[in-house]
Design a protein around this ligand. Structure first.
Ligand SMILES: Nc1ncnc2c1ncn2[C@@H]1O[C@H](COP(=O)(O)OP(=O)(O)O)[C@@H](O)[C@H]1O
Ligand SMILES: [Mg+2]
Length: 385
């Protein structure tokens, strides 16, 4: 079930528009035409976030905000204030009353939704970051990227879980040479009690590097049948980890959507061929359609076949960036030694001094920094001093 958002707004047309957009993004939407009704609904429904207009008939938005914060039942809801008053003093006033963010009207619906999403992810971001790796094509090096980045993050002392929903054969466990467990089976038995650590730990297989592996792919290799309940359970791991990396199939399944809706960042993994880049473009369109803001989408360019001569990849990366309008977060070059040895360890362990390993580490660093940059970006907006 999507997050619950309450819109307190007296302008009926603005309310309907917000309701429509938010519902399309999968949120549950409640509306109230004035402050008192808004307070009543907030008490009863305890929404995750409240979009609060300042100019309201009866008590104004500042007062509503104050009352919401004063009451324990409603104090936890995020509040995004919306007002035609652009004066700095009003913004300060709103934030002093306890609003989490403040937006001046007129604001484009897309901007309002962006703010809502960054507030919600920021709140979720108190725990781990979920990063989804998807590829419009198979054999792009997606699983290789997930596995190696997971190890690189673990080497940086991060607590990492790699979740396998990936398509095709050769899952995360196989790449790591460990025996996979069927987490879905464990989850089925698990109690709904969040403190049941046994239920959380038993489906995890921990690799010697410290990376925990959670296999949620079905035996058929199709993610379509994975219950979204299982994806919901991922949230329970967030407190105890820094990163949850998901090897995600690019399929229109409920499970895929459930992961995408809660991920901090969606990384499209692709080779640099013209044909593959067309796939990247449509992948971005699909992700945007699913409600992922552009700034939460990134790309990684890979070369699993050694198609590009050395030195050409960086050039390719800027070409890609110009053409697809999302950041290229990393480039992972071909590792010639990797292909030859069967049953080999992940590149970062087998050839830690290679340029491929260095690129992977750089990408891991970027993903850590990316989070910091993102949180800062929201803080640099109008926020409490
Ligand atoms: N940078 C690389 N250098 C050499 N081989 C690679 C590299 N990246 C991936 N491979 C190999 O390419 C094949 C496909 O990679 P994989 O990560 O399984 O792709 P996907 O998960 O996208 O299907 C695997 O055999 C893998 O070992
Ligand atoms: Mg794979």
């Amino acid at each position: 079930m999507g997050k619950k958002i309450l819109v307190i707004e007296d302008d009926l047309i603005a309310t309907r528009l917000m309701e429509y957009i938010l519902k399309q993004r999968g949120y549950q939407v409640l509306t109230a035409p004035n402050g008192l009704e808004g307070l009543k609904i907030a008490r009863e429904e305890r929404p995750d976030l409240i979009v609060l207009n300042v100019m309201l008939p009866g008590i104004d938005g500042f007062e509503v905000c104050h009352r919401l914060r004063a009451e324990p039942r409603t104090a936890q809801s995020l509040i995004l204030m919306l007002s035609g008053r652009a004066r700095q003093i009003d913004i300060a006033n709103g934030l002093n009353m306890g609003a989490d963010d403040y937006l001046t009207k007129p604001a484009a619906p897309s901007e309002i939704v962006d703010r809502i999403e960054s507030l919600l992810t920021q709140k979720a971001g108190a725990c781990s970051k979920i990063i989804a790796f998807i590829s419009p094509r198979e054999k792009a090096g997606t699983t290789t990227t997930v596995v190696n980045v997971a190890i690189a993050l673990a080497q940086m002392d991060k607590r990492v879980i790699a979740v396998d929903l990936g398509p095709g054969d050769g899952g995360i466990a196989e790449h790591l040479g460990i025996k996979p467990q069927d987490a879905a089976r464990h989850f089925q038995k698990a109690l709904s009690d969040t403190t049941d650590y046994d239920a959380l730990e038993s489906p995890l297989v921990v690799h010697q590097t410290g990376v925990g592996v959670l296999r949620l792919r079905t035996s058929a290799g199709e993610a379509g049948d994975i219950a979204t309940d299982h994806i919901d359970r991922l949230d329970r791991y967030r407190e105890a980890t820094d990163f949850i990396l998901v090897d995600l199939p690019f399929q229109p399944s409920a499970a895929t959507r459930a992961v995408l809706s809660r991920c901090t960042l969606a990384v499209i993994v692709s080779t640099g061929t013209a044909d593959a880049l067309t796939g990247v473009k449509s992948a971005i369109t699909v992700l945007r359609f699913l409600g992922i803001p552009q700034k939460r989408i990134g790309a990684v360019v890979t070369d699993p076949e050694g198609t590009f001569p050395e030195g050409e990849l960086p050039q390719l990366s800027s070409y890609v960036e110009r053409n697809i309008a999302v950041d290229v977060l990393g480039i992972i070059p071909y590792d010639a030694g990797h292909k030859i040895s069967p049953g080999r360890a992940p590149i970062i362990l087998a050839s830690p001094k290679s340029t491929t390993a260095a690129s992977i580490k750089e990408l891991a660093q970027r993903l850590t920094a990316e989070e910091i940059a993102k949180n800062d970006a929201t803080r640099n907006g109008v926020k409490r001093a």
